[in-house]
Design a protein around this ligand. Structure first.
Ligand SMILES: [Zn+2]
Length: 470
């Protein structure tokens, strides 16, 4: 039986996830993510398509992050007629994220066209996809709950297990049984961490012969997530005491819901004063309603703290979801202490900009950084506490307190990954393929795994790896 594994994305890098299993004549694809990073480079890579979508027999989406689902709408456009299997929560979140991308692409294009018209340059770039493409892609989705086996191809069964990374995320256990020959393969997708709010801990899959494993933090250890509650409490109380506001730039999906959940718990325990909390991001509001309906993804703690008491984890008296722009602007006139959570996460666009502009020069306020800030972004400049930063073309003095809460990562660190692998059957596991990581992270994880007696291979883009039965 011929079985091959190869990747056309997230191989020796962290974005653009596209992994393939070739099982006899069937090609199974896992994720169709977009490349991110420097705009021109990422765009060129997203327009390169080194495989034949028409030959793919089945596609799986491991979770709804843009670097995993962002190019899925291109699959039908490129001739893929088959099913896209994912969990119900991932389907709903992916729909939101792919639609948002279609809107952003249309807006970007409009801007670039206008600019080209002014300068007289020729311009013929088209968006990768539009809203119609997203809708026709959604027509091909088949949702499958955790622990419900389904057929990917003849003799190839798959089962989703909770990856504990974002709502709906899954580790896929693939079971091949062809003409009496058997092989089990695990596809990690992105692996989460223990004790993340709302989500269950990553689930251990049944024994496998081969494991494809992400390695984003193969050289890092995170602070325990429990520290987030204490730090959040301190920051909020300190700021409220001096009469200030807490401004939190946050990604709309997952991070915002985690923050709302934590603040709700802190309110319930009377650890912070009952000040108003505003979530000012239409995308975050939409994402929260998806979180609200997918209670099947919640961990025990969330069920006990909220659901058992018929309470909404993402709603409480002091919390407002701001929708209209007028309402958003009204927040600028607020004089009393409040918490404002807004996006974009890296402060590059969106409503967070006017909240920063109105609050950054007041030393009573706090800007709380809760996510990754890429180089050259406004978020990174604030994180670095630069004395002055540019917002909407004008310079502002950074007088507000800046605090960084870096315990929120949704990815396993190297200890989490080693502990996960240690729970799999050592004798059955022949090889681990490392994907979704940068050079140093992958090299370190490979070294650690080798020391423990595993065969670990860093996957190169486009290279084919033979998997052996028996
Ligand atoms: Zn992810």
């Amino acid at each position: 039986m011929r079985v091959e594994f190869y990747s056309w994305g997230a191989a020796e890098e962290v974005t653009g996830s596209k992994h393939f299993l070739q099982i006899k004549d069937s090609t199974i694809m896992f994720d169709c993510g977009a490349f991110q990073g420097k705009r021109s480079e990422a765009d060129a890579k997203n327009r390169t398509w080194p495989f034949d979508a028409g030959k793919v027999e089945a596609a799986v989406l491991t979770h709804a992050h843009y670097d995993h689902c962002g190019l899925m709408p291109l699959m039908p456009k490129k001739g893929y007629p088959g099913n896209i299997y994912t969990t119900p929560a991932s389907r709903d979140l992916a729909s939101l994220i792919m639609m948002d991308s279609a809107h952003i692409q249309a807006k970007d294009l409009e801007y670039l066209q206008k600019r080209a018209k002014k300068t007289g340059e020729s311009f013929d770039l088209k968006p990768l996809y539009n809203e119609k493409d997203v809708i026709s892609c959604l027509d091909q989705f088949i949702t499958v709950s955790y622990h419900r086996p389904f057929l990917l191809a003849d003799g190839v069964k798959a089962t989703f297990y909770d990856a504990g990374h974002i709502l709906g995320s899954a580790v896929t256990h693939v079971e091949i049984n062809l003409n009496g020959q058997k092989m089990d393969i695990g596809m990690s997708g992105d692996l989460g961490r223990k004790n993340l709010p709302i989500l269950r801990d990553p689930e251990i899959i049944p024994p496998v012969d081969y494991l494809v494993m992400e390695s984003t933090y193969g050289n890092r250890l995170h602070d325990p997530i429990e520290m987030a509650m204490d730090k959040l409490t301190e920051v909020i109380n300190r700021t409220v005491e001096r009469g200030g506001k807490i401004i939190i730039p946050s990604f709309a999906v997952e991070r915002t819901q985690e923050l709302v959940y934590f603040i709700h718990l802190l309110h319930d325990k009377n650890r912070i004063p009952q000040i108003p909390v505003y979530v000012d991001s239409p995308m975050a509001t939409n994402a929260t309603s998806i979180f609200r309906v997918h209670q099947e993804c919640y961990d025990e703690e969330t069920r006990e703290a909220f659901i058992a008491h018929h309470k909404n984890p993402f709603g409480f008296n002091e919390l407002r979801y701001v929708t209209s722009q007028e309402e958003s602007k009204e927040l600028n006139a607020l004089k009393e202490p409040a918490i404002i959570i807004s996006s974009s996460g890296m402060c590059e666009a969106g409503r967070i900009l006017h909240h920063l502009l109105h609050n950054i020069e007041d030393a009573r306020n706090t800007i709380l950084i809760v996510g990754y800030m890429a180089e050259n972004t406004l978020g990174r400049k604030i994180q670095e506490k630069q004395l002055e930063v540019k917002i909407f073309g004008d310079m502002y003095k950074l007088k507000a307190e800046v605090d960084v809460l870096n315990t929120f990562s949704a990815h396993a660190d190297y200890n989490d990954i080693l502990n996960y692998i240690a729970k799999l059957d050592y004798h059955k596991l022949k090889e681990i393929f490392l994907v979704h990581g940068e050079k140093e992270a992958q090299a370190n994880l490979q070294k650690l795994l080798t020391e423990k007696g595993y065969k670990a291979t860093i996957v190169k883009p486009g290279e084919k790896y033979q998997l052996q039965t028996g």
